[in-house]
Design a protein around this ligand. Structure first.
Ligand code: PHE
Length: 486
């Protein structure tokens, strides 16, 4: 079945995996999506739930995924199949791998459109196409940029080409090399923008907006959005992290790398918020600007800044690169599956995937111009891709992974892969068995309208449910006790 003549590639440097995984995690999700979602869902409450989701769900899921990848040494489908067969379980579980791979592909189909915005804004910065005097001009520029399908299609095609070029080159020469200088550069740019934001007059308000955790104001829709975004921003349940994990050398600590990636990713998102919202407030714009928020706000900041064009150019270069280091991770699962199972070269696999991707992403791109009316239940194709992946496929795929790891597979598998001290292992097990699944389920129960959650009022009840479920679960299975005993 598999035609792996050569040993599987591995990251070159000690930092290879951390850099690549951080490159995957940090992207448009942090700089484009997080600020506008925070704006749409009312600020601090959304941020708080998002942070809780990262810690309680994101980190355990990421550790589990990397462990699957390294243990199974393959694409999500192959890796999951191998790991479950090691425990003598049904290969039907590899369906999880299929969903993940499809999910990564679907995300990329709309992601290249947004990355295309970034590329086109870089061009506008260079060519002086972003000169306008205020908010209305910026909105008009954004709208005009979307109106012409050939213009928009040109940029998303460019992103698709760049992605496939890097992936076609391979793990070390393509992926690892490009991320090692793009990531630090982006952080420096964000710091400069925050520095600007501090003096723009909107900083205090932006700070309050992001960090006044008034949980009463968050809707169920907002909670599901926060959960979905935690998955999206950490590149979980979409094949990316699992596949990168399959190149991880045997000795590396999964817990430590996961932690570094999660912290870096969270910091970049919060920094992006602190760079963007001051500009929004200082210019009297509304934080609910939607997907165009970043593109309508930051150019205003650049204009008012000394050397603004230079900074603007640098920023959009970095944003485009952050997008690329993420987009390559989304196809890596598909490409590595094709290479391992279909006996074709990496290059052929990359270009083949690229063609299909181009077709689907073109449909997504048309949502902003001629296809604006092609909607189903109020969403156009671009929105559907985002909605289905973030709100459904990723949380449910992640749920499947943690339940599989927590209850179905042999505990030795994960004890060996994670290599944690007994009490840390017990904590991980507690998280994947109870905290993460319960968190995901509760948010779904709430979002589907089966029952309403209200953090302020119900949290003691939530805690009680957690304790109860844990007790029942542990009585049914004595494994955690053994773990605790070492
Ligand atoms: N984490 C990336 C971002 O925040 C997006 C992504 C999702 C990448 C899924 C890979 C897989 O931009």
């Amino acid at each position: 079945m598999t035609t792996e003549q050569q040993p599987r590639a591995q990251w070159l440097g000690r930092w290879g995996f951390v850099l690549a995984a951080t490159g995957s995690a940090v992207g448009l999700g942090n700089i484009w999506k997080f600020p506008y979602m925070t704006g749409e869902h009312g600020g601090g409450a959304f941020v708080l739930v998002y942070l809780v989701c990262i810690l309680a769900v994101g980190v355990p899921v990421m550790m589990t995924e990397i462990a699957f990848g390294r243990r199974g040494r393959g694409s999500p489908i192959d890796a999951v199949r191998r790991v479950v067969s090691e425990s003598g379980r049904s290969s039907a579980w590899s369906l999880l791998g299929w969903v993940a791979m499809l999910c990564g592909f679907m995300i990329l189909s709309f992601y290249v459109v947004v990355a295309g915005w970034s590329f086109s804004y870089l061009w506008k910065m260079l060519s002086g196409g972003l000169n306008g005097s205020g908010v209305d001009d910026m909105v008009a520029i954004f709208v005009a940029n979307n109106e012409n399908p050939f213009n928009l299609g040109f940029w998303s095609t460019l992103v698709t080409l760049a992605t496939m070029l890097i992936v076609g080159k391979g793990v070390q020469a393509g992926i690892e090399k490009s991320v090692s200088w793009m990531m630090p550069g982006m952080v420096i740019m964000l710091m400069i923008l925050i520095g600007y934001g501090m003096f723009s007059g909107g900083f205090a308000e932006a700070w309050r907006f992001l960090f006044s955790f008034n949980t009463g104001s968050l809707s169920s829709e907002g909670m599901l959005a926060a959960l979905g975004h935690a998955f999206f921003t950490l590149s979980l349940a979409s094949g990316a992290i699992l596949t990168y994990g399959s190149y991880l050398p045997a000795g590396a600590s999964i817990a430590r790398t996961t932690f570094s990636v999660a912290v870096a990713d969270t910091l970049v998102a919060l920094m992006a918020g602190l760079a963007i919202f001051p500009v929004i407030f200082a210019n009297g714009m509304s934080p609910e600007g939607g997907p165009g928020l970043l593109f309508m706000s930051l150019p205003l900041a650049f204009q008012a800044m000394p050397l603004g064009t230079l900074f603007g150019v640098l920023f959009f270069i970095m944003l485009s690169m952050a997008a690329l280091t993420s987009s390559i991770s989304m196809v890596e699962a598909t490409v590595s599956w094709l290479v391992d199972n279909k006996g074709i070269t990496r290059r052929t696999a990359a270009w083949g995937t690229g063609i299909v991707l181009w077709l689907v992403s073109t449909l997504a791109m048309l949502s902003f111009n001629i296809g604006a009316d092609w909607t189903l239940a109020g969403r156009h194709f671009f929105d559907w891709l985002d909605y289905l992946t973030s709100r459904w496929m990723m949380p449910l795929g992640g749920l499947g992974m943690v339940l599989l790891a927590g209850f179905v597979l042999k505990s030795e598998t994960f004890r060996e892969e994670l290599g944690l001290a007994p009490y840390w292992h017990a904590l991980w097990l507690f998280m994947v068995r109870y905290v993460s699944p319960l968190g995901i389920l509760l948010i779904f129960v709430d979002a589907l309208g089966i029952a309403r959650l209200q953090f302020g009022i119900h949290w003691p009840w939530l805690l009680a449910v957690l304790v109860l479920v844990t007790l029942i679960g542990e009585m049914a299975s004595p494994r955690l006790r053994r773990t605790l005993a070492g």
